[in-house]
Design a binder for this molecule. Structure first.
Ligand SMILES: [Zn+2]
Length: 174
């Protein structure tokens, strides 16, 4: 089932999500719906709070520049990241929850170590690099109620907020 995606400035996107204590059939069903929703929106990652479930689960399927999968699609539960590697710029980052196709360059790191659980409750301890590392940092931010626009300069943010306000009052905008 394709779920509705919450979009900024919905205040629920600022909510901190809770750890998943038990991987039930409900959790597995939610992950399936999240994959469907992500593919339907041509996204490369989706976090549960974006579809109104405030639990710590993300799905991701990062693509390389040629549009091919660079990593198997996966669901990660209660992911914990350790930031490693160099600081890099994630060029033109975007988000399914940030409307009007807004994009910005965001400072990220090139490598992260992730511990999480998979859908069978097995531990996942893995390092992710480059694009996958960026997607993972972006999705884990959602679990803490953070969007990439919380990482841009005050000036850029003010300009974007003004645009959102204008677009919302006109009810259409690109
Ligand atoms: Zn996002």
């Amino acid at each position: 089932m394709i779920l509705d995606i919450l979009t900024y400035p919905d205040p629920r996107l600022k909510q901190m999500s809770a750890p998943i204590s038990e991987i039930t059939d409900q959790v597995r069903a939610l992950s399936q719906d999240m994959f469907e929703t992500m593919y339907a929106s041509n996204g490369v990652g989706l976090a549960a709070p974006q579809v109104g479930h405030f639990v710590r689960m993300i799905v991701m399927c990062p693509l390389n520049e040629k549009g091919k999968e660079s990593h198997a699609p996966r669901a990660l539960i209660n992911p914990q990241l350790t930031l490693l590697g160099d600081e890099i710029v994630s060029p033109k980052e975007g988000c399914l929850s940030v409307p009007y196709n807004y994009r910005a360059d965001i400072a990220r790191v090139s490598r992260v170590a992730c511990s999480a659980l998979d859908l069978d409750g097995n531990s996942v301890d893995e390092e992710f690099v480059d694009y996958c590392a960026i997607v993972l940092q972006h999705e884990c931010d959602h679990l803490d109620g953070k969007l990439f626009i919380d990482r841009i300069s005050y000036l850029r943010r003010s300009l974007y907020d003004a645009k959102v306000k204008k677009c919302r009052s006109r009810k259409n905008c690109e």
